[in-house]
Design a protein around this ligand. Structure first.
Ligand SMILES: C[S@@+](CC[C@H](N)C(=O)[O-])C[C@H]1O[C@@H](n2cnc3c(N)ncnc32)[C@H](O)[C@@H]1O
Length: 245
């Protein structure tokens, strides 16, 4: 991951994501998967803390981590209930385990795991996550449900055309984005305009189909993986949640 992918995004992340229906619905599903036997949790890509805010937290100890110091700076401006916050790349999660030992649940949410730059890196991350789980612990992550197409780009985001700007926010701060596919990655470029500033930045997502995630999870040593398609939850959220044990 290029950690500074989130440097500019950190300033606008909450504005773009907070309160969106799909996040709220996803939190409901995650809250059902995390049960009373799960006490110690690690939000391994906490960002500004949004995805965590709607989880059921009674009786839980929640630790946080993120690779971007800029996202953590935004998180630290807010009131939050994480027990402790770390700033490590996933590949170095073992540094956290050395300090705070293992977890009942580790989660990487918000269409985030696809930021892994290569399949090899992703496999390493899955192995690192597994190392940090207690017996009977579980790993939760989500990913876009990429759809197969013919031609050079074998998988894409459904309904998302290339080089077509969408308006995400149209207020004092206007934010638009467009999408391109290159070398098995989706590149979303954001354009932010206010009266005084004009800036743009891109986020990259590796396009990993469901079967590949399942294959890698097993290769990493997990026993099985279950799929929760958010479409079946009646939410319209175009993402899949994976639970690996
Ligand atoms: C889309 S945000 C999601 C944040 C939060 N989970 C949410 O749903 O709002 C993705 C986060 O993953 C972090 N991230 C991406 N790649 C990472 C890596 N290799 N190691 C640690 N954090 C990473 C980014 O810094 C960013 O804060």
């Amino acid at each position: 991951m290029k950690i500074d992918q989130y440097q500019i995004m950190s300033k606008y992340y909450d504005l773009l994501v907070c309160g969106r229906d799909h996040i709220i619905n996803q939190e409901k599903v995650i809250s059902k998967l995390i049960n009373s036997s799960h006490i110690k949790l690690l939000d391994a890509a906490c960002g500004t803390g949004i995805e965590n805010s709607g989880l059921v937290k009674a009786g839980k100890e929640i630790f946080a981590n993120d690779g971007s110091i800029f996202m953590l700076q935004e998180l630290n401006k807010k009131k939050h209930d994480y027990k402790r916050i770390f700033n490590e790349e996933w590949i170095n999660l073992d540094r956290i385990y050395e300090i705070e030992s293992n977890y009942d649940v580790i989660y990487i949410l918000g269409n985030t795991i696809s930021h892994c730059p290569t399949i090899e890196y992703l496999l390493e991350v899955f192995i690192k996550v597994r190392q940090g789980l207690n017996k009977n612990g579980m790993f939760l992550f989500d990913s876009r449900n990429w759809i197969p197409v013919d031609g050079d780009e074998p998988y894409i985001q459904q309904g998302r055309k290339t080089n077509e700007k969408r308006v995400l926010l149209n207020s004092e701060i206007k934010i638009e984005d467009d999408c391109n596919y290159q070398n098995g990655k989706q590149i979303i470029t954001y354009f932010v305009n206010t009266n005084n500033t004009h800036e743009s930045f891109s986020l990259e997502y590796q396009i990993i189909p469901q079967f590949k995630f399942e294959e890698l999870i097993i290769l990493a040593g997990f026993n099985y993986v279950e799929i929760f398609d958010m479409k079946n939850e009646g939410t319209g959220y175009p993402y899949i949640i994976y639970r690996a044990k």
